[in-house]
Each structure stands twice: as C-alpha cells, then as structure tokens.
Design a binder for this molecule. Sequence first.
Ligand SMILES: *Cc1c(COP(=O)(O)O)cnc(C)c1O
Length: 353
Amino acid sequence: MRVTQQPQQFASDNYAGICPEAWAAMEAANKGYAPAYGEDDWTQRAADAFRNLFASDCEVFFAFNGTAANSLALAALCQSFHSVICSSSAHVETDECGAPEFFSNGSKLLVASTADGKLTPAAIREVATSRSDIHFPKPRVVTITQPTETGQVYSIEEIQAISATCRALGLKLHMDGARFAQACAHLGCDPAEITWRAGVDVLCFGGTKNGMAVGEAILFFDRGLAEDFDYRCKQAGQLASKMRFLAAPWVGMLESGAWLRNAAHANGCAARLAAAIRDVPSVAPMFTVEANAVFLRAPATLLEGLRARGWSFYTFIGGGARFMFAWDADPARVDALAADIRAASEETARAAA
Ligand SMILES: *Cc1c(COP(=O)(O)O)cnc(C)c1O
C-alpha cells in the first residue's frame, strides 16, 4: 500500500495523527482478551489517572467525540424545559448540529453575545435574569469553552467569578474542554484549579485534539450529577464495546505527561507564528494568541496568494485565516508558513502599487 505523504498543514489540529504515547498504549492494550463495555483494567486505570491528575474522586466516562460529550453532559444537567447559557461563538451553539437540544429533549441554548467569545458574570446575569415567567425555558446551566473557539483562555479568577455568579443564580457550570490541555499549558496551573476548585461541575476533556485518534472524557466533579449517566451514554450509542481502546490512549497520555507536553508544544508553535509575522504589513491577528490557534485578518488577495503557495486554512470565523497547531507541528514548517505570509503580503503590495 502506497500513500503519498502531503506536506504538513495547519488548517485544523485534528489533521494530525496519533502521538507515540497514545499509539503505544493502544498497542499495549491490543494483547489478548479483556472484558467488554468498560469492565476492563485499562478503563479502570484511565479513570484513576484522571482522578489522580485532578486530585478528585470524580466520576469519569468516555465518549467517542466532543459533540457527544458536551451534549450528553448538558442533557444530564437539564430537564427538557431548562435552558443552557452559552457564548454566541460556542461550539455547542455553532458546530454541534443541535445535538445538545436533541439529547436533552429540547433544552434551549440561550446565547449571550460576547466581545471575544468569553462569557462574563454580567453577560450570564443578564441572560439568566431576563425572564422568570413560566413561558420561558428556565436557565439551569452555564457552559464555557476553555480555551474558547478562538483560542482565548479564561484565567482562574475569571472562572471563579463565573462560578460565583452561577451559584448565586442557581446554575450549574459546564466546561467544554476540547482543548483543555492547551489551557492548562498556557496558565501553567493545576487542572483542579480551573475546574472543581474554581466551581466547575462537569468537564469535557478533549483527547482528539491533544494527540489521540478519538475520544473525550467526561468528568463529573459532583458525583451526584452523574447518576444514570452510563445509561445516557449507552442510549446515545456512546458506550464502546471494546472500551479498552478508548481508555488505553488516555493512560498513555496522562501517565506519561504527554497530554501537557503536546499542548505546550502546540501553543508554542502558535506563539512562534504570531511572533514571526508581527511586522508583516496588512496582516493582523484577530485575537490574542494564548492557546494553539492563530486567526489572521488579511486582504482576500493576500489569502489567495497564500492558498496559491499551497497552504490550506479555514476562514469560517469572521473571514480571517485560521491556523491551528497540533502536538506534531513542525517548527520549520511554521517558519515556512510565516515566510509565505510575508511573501504573499509583499506580492499584494506590489500588485496594488
Ligand atoms: C473540536 C471541538 C469540539 C468537539 O468536536 P467533535 O468534532 O464533536 O469531536 C467541541 N468543542 C470545541 C470548542 C471544539 O473545538
């Protein structure tokens, strides 16, 4: 079998392959027989590795992807007549095809407009208190994305302030951590500090964008909220029969520290690109670069010039070019991208002159 190797692209962090630690654990799990449906030692060990990392006796579940993890977690926190407050740019709102509403049998997402994709106590309070009559779905949960879809990281203090607002308003706090590791790497903090110690009730911890083939973990820090969650996963088609292959990569990632190393490397590559193009005319970052994303605002002709030089990227957020860096991003390739951005800028300037 021959497959042509394409040059590395930064269009998405899920273009990347599987990191060695996750792969080795899969291979180690691929020996002999093990009980099915999560009754195996790998699943126990992965759940324990999470409890260790978070210094919490949390309930841990494994799902195939982030849409399922988020949707089922939110459904577990809501009755069908409840609502969920999120940012207008939240993945649950813009990229999950209505799955949170579907799996909750109708819990409505209430969108707060935010300047930079981050929810604030004021925005939450405004949405949560806008109505209190029987005709409107009752606010029940706040969901925040850490880091946000555009790569902004909530500080510990920001999360504490949000959770204090949630407590005051009787709301639960859910965190979409599809890139949770990148947030930890940026803040240099203990995972517990931006989750249960700061008042987060449920975390969806992403493995896919951190170097695994597939898999997200759902952590209930308040164990009572996890009641019957196993049935919810099964009904939604999210209970893997060969669970050990969903669990083992987590063992490889968490026990080796690869989860944090991978994230720090990815963040470093984003910072590298941002620094290298800082002085390029007519190109400007749309958001502060804190995690593994760089969004660039640039004229359409410049972006065309970049595509002509062989680069793939998406422009679905505000028309800017999005570059996402994964665990295996090659710094030399990052430098090549920076050089091509500079060349495309010069070409655009010459054409305009
Ligand atoms: C990628 C991503 C998810 C999960 O997406 P799936 O494709 O369902 O795995 C969830 N939230 C955010 C912010 C994401 O970027």
